[in-house]
Design a protein around this ligand. Structure first.
Ligand code: NDP
Length: 298
């Protein structure tokens, strides 16, 4: 495929897709809807039938699928299933794009492994659920990292199912960004669960409480920008409005209230404990709570 061909807006690049689970099926649907020639393979061939009916070519094996073209996208359950699917496939001159969720370390290993077999490698982290795929207004997107040349050659095709965010040549970066954002999400969800637990046995309507929770978190979350600036500057004291000593004193009320309400502090305590530990170390009273990050990374 020449660059000129790829840039021709009428040209629809062929895509080979391994994996037609919930996410793979959504990807297949998006590429077919956009008119891309699609070759699919799925371990259970029944999942390929609806796509065959819509014009997709169905490969009998993963190796046969990989042999049929250049751009090979994988969306399988986990790293082990990718290993299994690619065993015996000839990857020479292939552009491998692995959208299967995995760790940064495995992505780096996979890149080395793929390059040794003559392929260029991109790893992807999907920040969307299947209904968001092929729906640009949903805001879903995919992190990509690895071969910049491969991303550049296929960026228009990769942008069909969801927005693309290329985060660097390090093949582990897509997974790193993916996992970092998912981890932040679980932290936020744990706070939300604790808040609902506090009101659970009270005459507070959860549906009236939810908008208050969402508005409050929305107002607080931009603090991440200040945290990033502090991490870059190393300045943890300038412009601090709620210093560590004040926050630790205040957090005792959070713990007491949970106990009074008969609510476990299991979700709340880990972060508060880190703040207390920092305070005990001394010298951090007036600092921003962003300092706890230093305790986490050792
Ligand atoms: P599903 O469980 O719906 O599908 C799993 C897919 O993996 C199926 O195609 C299955 O094939 C295949 N598979 C499992 N084991 C093997 C194996 N040993 N060899 C070959 N193929 C195998 O998962 P999803 O489609 O939802 O997820 C796929 C990837 O996308 C995952 O890594 C997931 O983390 C990621 N993702 C999913 C999201 C979601 O909301 N669904 C959101 C973001 C990322 P078979 O049909 O034969 O069982």
């Amino acid at each position: 495929m020449s660059d000129n061909t790829a840039r021709d807006s009428a040209y629809k690049e062929p895509v080979i897709l391994l994996g037609l689970g919930a996410m793979g099926a959504a990807l297949a649907d998006a590429w077919l809807t956009a008119g891309h020639p699609l070759t699919v393979w799925n371990r259970d061939p029944r999942r390929a039938e609806p796509f065959a009916a819509r014009g997709a070519t169905v490969a009998a094996t993963a190796a046969e699928a990989v042999a049929s073209g250049r751009l090979v996208v994988l969306c399988l359950l986990d790293d082990d299933s990718v290993d299994e699917a690619l065993t015996g496939a000839d990857l020479t001159d292939r552009d491998l794009v692995n959208l299967t969720t995995g760790t940064p370390l495995r992505a780096r290993d996979r890149a080395t492994w793929a390059q040794a077999r003559g392929a260029r490698f991109l790893d992807g982290g999907i920040m969307a659920v299947p209904p968001m795929i092929g729906t640009p207004e949903s805001g879903g997107y995919v992190f990509y990292s690895g071969s910049a040349a491969s991303f550049e050659d296929h960026r228009h095709t990769l942008a069909v199912p969801a927005g693309t965010r290329y985060v660097g040549e390090d093949p582990g970066f897509a997974a790193l960004h993916d996992v970092a954002l998912l981890s932040a999400m679980y932290g936020a969800f744990s706070g939300i669960a604790h808040a609902f637990a506090l009101i659970r046995r009270e005459a507070v309507d959860p549906e009236k409480f939810a908008p208050l929770l969402v508005d409050w978190l929305t107002a607080m979350v931009p603090a991440a920008h200040t945290t990033a600036e502090r991490l870059n500057s190393g300045d943890h004291t300038s412009g601090v409005v709620s210093g560590l000593a004040m926050q630790v004193a205040g957090s005792a009320t959070l713990v007491r209230t949970a106990e009074d309400q008969g609510v476990s502090t299991a979700l709340l305590s880990p972060y508060l404990n880190l703040m207390e530990r920092l305070l005990r170390e001394g010298g951090h009273d007036e600092e921003d709570t962003a300092r706890v990050i230093d305790l986490l990374v050792g």
